[in-house]
Design a protein around this ligand. Structure first.
Ligand code: ASP
Length: 439
């Protein structure tokens, strides 16, 4: 029987009312057999996500500080959910054991273990509420330091969930490293668990349930009334998610893409809305572009050296310096005698002095300078391929709005034009591009 993996994000499991909505959704389609949950999220904007509270209690315990206040918020939330759903309260024992280990500062307690308990306990409660089988992700999903999941993990999951009859609940966000230590993915990583399960169990579809009815063409805080996207290809969503579109973890796409499994982003609070489907086929949007996304907090290292173009290995050596100091780069637009490397400001700031000193020492440039407070904006769409004049329209509107473009990058695939602008122009640039291409 074909199965659907349903991942429910933090807002979809924030309280007992949301748990009931999850149950209704699952009952609405018998193919929905595999459930992945996040930890309970915020019930209102003032509240903290349970994962953030778990990070706080770990830090407080480690520094020998009072953790009673955030711990009470964690405990109360779980107990409240179980009480309202009339479940047995065995969860108390697990919570008490965790509190005890935190207070005793048990040496086995790692930050990854503590924060993973948000998903673990949520999945335990959900499986009891649904009468489903709980399958822990910890011994089954194993990944290396680059978060690459092993083939063995896929085989493990396939075997553990091979019976297609039961409903399974699996906690998202964690697994183990190659040494068998419990490890979390990066933040928002329950999406990745959903993608891995879809792949391992050869599912028909991966439904990602959240609190919005799919993806919008631009951030609605910047473009009021931005249109929704009905369909987007894997390649487009990868570019948009990487560039800041904040709905789906960008690393959750590859496992589905590997087996052409479509992903449907759906709204738990409006389940009949179609949401956004992500699939293999590139579709040319009549609007030319499919979406716009962007991120702030970038810096650009500008390196100038005469006759740079003749110096073999110049770029490789600069990038090796960054690699050795643990800074990954986003883009590297080059001139004849100049090279720019765009990096995340946060990762550069920790080692900026060393990076500059190493470049000075090894490359002996004529000039080296770091520009900060840059933003990157990606305009994405298969509709741009072979469409003469798209770049002219994009740069034309930015010029008309008097926005200085600091960086330009268009991949050879032609589905993404990236521009770098000063952070102060970020919102204005996104609104301008949107208005140029979308009504
Ligand atoms: N709970 C984790 C986080 O807040 C993982 C997730 O929700 O996907 O990042």
């Amino acid at each position: 029987m074909a199965r659907i993996v349903c991942k429910f994000g933090g807002s979809s499991v924030a309280d007992a009312t949301q748990f009931r909505k999850v149950k209704d959704i699952l009952e609405g389609n018998p193919e929905r057999k595999i459930v992945v949950v996040s930890a309970p999220g915020k019930r209102n904007p003032q509240e903290s996500k349970l994962t953030d509270l778990l990070y706080s209690v770990y830090d407080l315990a480690k520094n020998n500080l009072e953790l009673a206040e955030p711990w009470k918020l964690i405990k109360d939330r779980f107990i409240e959910i179980t009480k309202e759903l009339n479940l047995r309260s065995y969860i108390r024992e697990e919570l008490d054991a965790l509190e005890k280990s935190l207070l005793e500062q048990s040496s086995e307690l790692t930050v990854d273990f503590v924060v993973s308990r948000g998903e673990y306990l949520c999945a335990k409660i959900m499986s009891e509420f649904l009468g489903a089988k709980f399958v822990d992700a910890y011994p089954l999903i194993q990944f290396d330091s680059q978060y690459r999941v092993t083939q063995q993990s896929l085989d493990n999951l396939n075997a553990a969930l091979s019976d297609t009859n039961p409903l399974y609940v699996v906690p998202g966000f964690y697994g183990s490293d190659m040494q068998g230590n419990l490890k979390t993915f990066t933040r928002g990583g329950s999406d990745i668990t959903g993608g891995i399960l879809a792949n391992a169990c050869d599912c028909l579809l991966y439904e990602n349930w959240t609190d919005v009815s799919g993806l919008l063409m631009a951030d609605p805080r910047i473009v009021k009334g931005a249109h929704s996207i009905n369909y987007v290809s894997y390649r487009e969503i990868r570019e948009l998610a990487y560039s800041g579109a904040n709905v789906l973890h960008d690393e959750s796409i590859a496992p589905c893409r590997a087996k052409s499994i479509p992903i449907n982003i759906k709204n738990t609070n409006k389940p009949s809305d179609p949401g956004t489907t992500i699939g293999p086929t590139p579709v040319h949007s009549p609007r030319i572009i499919t979406g716009i996304a962007g991120r702030k907090d970038f810096s650009m290292i500008y390196i100038e050296k005469s006759m740079m173009n003749k110096e073999k290995g110049f770029g490789r050596k600069v990038l090796a310096i960054l690699e050795d100091l643990g800074v990954s780069y986003e883009l590297s637009p080059c001139g004849i005698d100049s090279m720019n490397v765009v990096v995340d400001t946060k990762s550069l700031s920790k080692v900026e002095a060393e990076v500059l000193a190493e470049i000075e020492r090894k490359m002996q440039p004529n000039k080296i300078k770091v520009f900060t407070k840059l933003a990157l904006i990606a305009t994405v769409g298969h509709g741009m391929v072979n469409q003469i004049g798209t770049a002219a329209r994009l740069f034309g509107i930015l010029a008309k709005e008097k926005i200085n473009v600091r960086i330009i990058d268009q991949g050879s695939s032609e589905i993404n034009i990236i521009v770098g602008v000063n952070e102060a122009d970020f919102e204005k640039a996104i609104s301008a591009i949107y208005s140029e291409f979308v009504d």
